[in-house]
Design a protein around this ligand. Structure first.
Ligand SMILES: Nc1nc2c(ncn2[C@@H]2O[C@H](COP(=O)(O)OP(=O)(O)OP(=O)(O)O)[C@@H](O)[C@H]2O)c(=O)[nH]1
Length: 300
């Protein structure tokens, strides 16, 4: 058989409760910063497609928001729906869990997994945090009882441990067929999308617990010029008080958010970036389904 006949290509969904390291895993696999990460849970709102082509396999990743427990606002309902649609449209699922810490939230995600047919690989992340490695084997045996996993693999997304093995393992579950994307294409999301993601990441990192989840970033202008890319972005918040927090004393906070986002975006797109940031108050936007649609959180 020739190489072409051996090619495999398919979709992989990454699911798991918030904060287990799903975004970190995807970034580590792709070796490039395209999904955002932060230590605050629930940072991933968009479905992000990342593509990894290695040897004869092309792995197309769909990152999903964590499956959230309380459907308190429209936003959470949207996120729950996204996670469920991810489950239904993939060839393989990674169910990411954290070390030897099994929680009720993991059990809830597993109950959703049980409703679908794709093979599920149990990805035990953050093994670097397990001080006593002897605990790993009995834990894996315990996990085996929970579900007929397609396979189980311990990894560290942060340290990059065992990721090659994970990629090889995954390829086995993908259908035979031609690649869907060019070999060197890493993501199908454009620079515009990346700009919003980077700004949102900086908001999360620099404002910590001060920042409510009801914050969004809209890119109003994204233009290429011979000298670089011009980006105008608006940060939407619910209340005046939140606007003041984001702007900070003498505008220092927003300046730093803009500078750091600009540096990251410039590295990712390999172009100089000129970025302008504003903060606007838009009352109750997180509960407004039409606003969510206009901001791109809902598919038409
Ligand atoms: N020690 C250790 N920390 C990790 C590892 N992977 C991720 N983390 C950390 O765990 C935290 C959460 O990681 P994320 O990748 O944002 O988690 P997530 O599952 O995508 O979270 P949501 O977007 O909220 O669903 C971050 O602080 C990461 O640095 C790992 O392998 N080892």
């Amino acid at each position: 058989m020739t190489n072409t006949e051996n090619k495999r290509c398919g979709y992989i969904g990454i699911v798991g409760r918030p904060n287990v390291g799903k975004s970190t895993l995807m970034n580590a696999l792709l070796g490039q910063k395209i999904a955002i990460t932060s230590s605050k849970p629930q940072t991933t709102r968009h479905r992000i497609l990342g593509i990894l082509t290695e040897d004869n396999a092309q792995l197309i990743f769909v990152d999903s928001p964590g499956i959230h427990l309380k459907e308190t606002t429209q936003m959470n309902k949207v996120m729950n729906r996204t996670a469920s649609s991810v489950l239904a449209n993939v060839d393989v699922l990674y169910f990411v869990v954290e070390g030897t810490k099994w929680t009720d939230d993991d059990a809830l995600v597993l109950s959703k997994l049980k409703q679908q047919k794709s093979p599920v690989i149990l990805v035990l992340n953050k093994v670097d945090q397990i001080a006593d490695k002897a605990k790993l084997l009995p834990y894996l045996q315990e996990m085996q009882e929970k579900y007929p996993w397609a396979d189980m693999i311990p990894i560290s997304a942060e340290k990059g441990d065992n990721l090659d093995a994970l990629v090889k393992l995954t390829a086995k579950f993908l259908p035979l067929g031609e690649f869907h994307y060019d070999q060197d294409q890493v993501t199908d999301k454009g620079g515009r999308f990346m700009a919003a993601e980077f700004i949102r990441e900086k908001l999360m990192r620099l404002l910590g617990d001060e920042l409510p989840y009801a914050t969004s970033v809209e890119i109003e202008r994204f233009t290429m010029t011979p000298r670089g890319i011009n980006v105008d972005a608006v940060i939407l918040v619910d209340r005046d008080g939140q606007k003041r927090i984001i702007i900070g004393k003498n505008g220092e906070k927003i300046k730093r958010i803009g500078t750091e986002a600009r540096i990251d975006l410039s590295k990712a797109l390999e172009r100089p970036i000129n970025m302008n940031l504003w903060v606007k108050v838009k009352k109750g936007w997180s509960d407004d389904i039409r606003a969510l649609r206009s901001l791109g959180y809902l598919d038409e």
